[in-house]
Each structure stands twice: as C-alpha cells, then as structure tokens.
Design a protein. Structure first.
Length: 64
C-alpha cells in the first residue's frame, strides 16, 4: 500500500501550513503552533473546506 499523503512538492508544506493558519483566522478558528487535534470536526472541516474552495477559485482564475 502506498502513502497517499506524500507531497508532490515537499517544499509546499510550509506554504500550505501558512495558508491553513490564514484560512483558520478568516473563519474565526484559533490554531496554535503544533498539534491541533483538539479542535472540533466542524471547525477542521470549515478550515479544510475553505482551503479547497480558495485553491479551486485560484486555479479557475488562472485558466481564464
């Protein structure tokens, strides 16, 4: 079985982490440095969902 969590571009990890904190701030969720396993599934979903939404919007705007 392969690990599907491998980053295609390992250097992107820092940028994605920064992006995660920016989106969390925008949706009103406070993240601390390091482990954030204590946040609710709802808040984690809000962060992840908004990250995906913004990435899709950015990709679509580059296609125009």
């Amino acid at each position: 079985m392969t690990n599907s969590n491998k980053k295609v571009i390992p250097e992107a990890r820092e940028a994605l982490n920064k992006f995660k904190y920016e989106v969390a701030s925008e949706v009103g969720v406070t993240l601390k440095d390091g482990y954030n396993g204590n946040i609710s599934s709802r808040d984690a979903g809000r962060i992840g969902g908004n990250m995906v939404k913004k990435l899709i919007e950015q990709a679509e705007s580059q296609m125009k």
